[in-house]
Design a protein around this ligand. Sequence first.
Ligand code: SF4
Length: 113
Amino acid sequence: MEKREMTCIMCPLGCSLVVTKDGDKIEVTGNNCQRGVIFAKEELTCPMRIVTSSVKTAEGVRACKTSKPVPKAMIFDVMKEIEKLRLKKVKFGDVVIHNVLNTGADIVITANE
Ligand code: SF4
């Protein structure tokens, strides 16, 4: 039996979860809603994260992020793809990489300056 403690990051409440895994059976306590169970199960099988970074443009550096979480194991590879970009001009909401590394997530500009 495996027991882990973790903080749910699905909302600002940040519930402290205790996750017990016994074979295929996963039990979660400490969650205030069902999203905590989904988060805990995903953390044990394929943890996902939103990636935030910045893109170099001719007008300076602009903040960006993934449009949805990507596998935690791919964060550094996604950041390398973002680092390769050299753009002229971007604005809030522009998609600068579609489906980065086949994750299904786009890289989206999140600031005008
Ligand atoms: S378990 Fe629900 S209420 Fe608690 S942090 Fe996660 S999403 Fe928020």
